[in-house]
Write a protein that binds this ligand. Sequence first.
Ligand code: SF4
Ligand code: SF4
Ligand code: SF4
Length: 249
Amino acid sequence: MEGKAFFIDTTLCTGCRGCQIACKQWNQLPATKTENWGSFQNPKDLSFYTYKLVRFSEDIGDDGKPVWYFFPDQCRHCVDPPCKEIPEDPNAIIVDQLTGAVLYTDKLRKVNSEDVRDACPYNIPRAQPGTGYMAKCTMCVDRVHNGLLPACVKTCPSGAMNFGDRDKMVSLANKRLAEVKGKFPKATLSGIEDTRVFYLLADEPARYHEYAQATIIPGGIDRKTALKRIARPLKELSREWQLLHKLAS
Ligand code: SF4
Ligand code: SF4
Ligand code: SF4
């Protein structure tokens, strides 16, 4: 699969939020009014003006000590983007040929923004209140087309944010997974099969964020339905096996 991708290694993320600020700065997005809601995560959610948000999940680890899970959230630039299926106009959401970035245009203003958001398995797109315009991460295509790294990657001081050719990012992600498995036996890669923004997570995805892993698998089938579809043939196989066993005995 060609194009570009991000590999976000959360085992190296310190929660400094440099990426979040760099995104605001490069895209000239205004500050968002925030409030103390009992978490160091700030602001509380993504918005039309916040394309990147470092989510903080505070938990108690198996050893009884507090644990912080940091999750730099953004559009995953799905290889087959479900959000693109919603508008009737095929040019309302476009895919950049060079990078594979999924880009929103002003034509989306005529589309029901709730439908676009509902179609996203990662709950990413946000509408501007009162106008209907929608926005999210652009993969910094303006920078990438000019040989620069996305602003969030460029600014990350810990090496958690990586960007490059998708096949190289896949290799790097698999290498890092193998390296950390000893220390973090539950470590997984989220989104590596079907997106351009995939994550190395040290623990179960739900501990980071509700949408750290897709709620819908490609093709628009939700996980419950997919499991039912797999379970049915398995049941049938089991019945056939029992019948064969009876005939053979
Ligand atoms: Fe669209 Fe959501 Fe995929 Fe981004 S993550 S391309 S908004 S479906
Ligand atoms: Fe923001 Fe650019 Fe990073 Fe997307 S790629 S999160 S637009 S800085
Ligand atoms: Fe984590 Fe890097 Fe973002 Fe800091 S800049 S919050 S280390 S991903």
